[in-house]
Design a protein around this ligand. Structure first.
Ligand code: NI
Length: 136
């Protein structure tokens, strides 16, 4: 961590009101902390695009196991990207719904590509990819 500096920002009042409402919902006590996190988030996002960055990803997939061959399509994908799949967990949520959690690791590009392929498999009701840099 370097020296802390203060800086002023000019902003449309409506935009600031929306920002304040957003960060209150997110649980921030003050703008500085929220702005710091936004900046860090953006910097990490930028670094993901660097192929050499050691990146991990967590993918959540919610789907109906009775949907045509979805299980096997997801498993096929995981086998195809074997070197990027660290682990996966399958939970039978109820009689129909399944939750699959897949942990990925690789370059930013590899993790993003694999994660987006999983999330976009047809029949997945809800899917989300979260990424971060390993060792940070
Ligand atoms: Ni299941």
């Amino acid at each position: 961590m370097g020296e802390t500096v203060r800086f002023g920002v000019s902003l449309d009042l409506d935009l600031l009101d929306q920002f304040d409402a957003l960060i209150r919902r997110m649980g921030y006590d003050n703008r500085s902390e929220a702005v710091r996190d936004l900046i860090r988030d953006k910097l990490v996002q930028e670094e993901w695009e660097t192929p050499a960055g050691d990146t991990f990803g967590v993918v959540f997939l919610l789907y109906d196991h009775e949907a045509m061959s979805l299980d096997s399509r997801l498993t096929d994908l995981e086998h195809r990207f074997l070197k990027n799949v660290v682990s996966s967990l399958h939970v039978h949520l109820d009689e129909r719904n399944c939750l699959e959690v897949v942990v990925l690791r690789g370059t930013g590009k590899q993790v993003r590509s694999m994660g987006e392929k999983l999330v976009s498999v047809r029949g997945v009701k809800y899917g989300k990819l979260s990424m971060g840099l390993a060792g940070r």
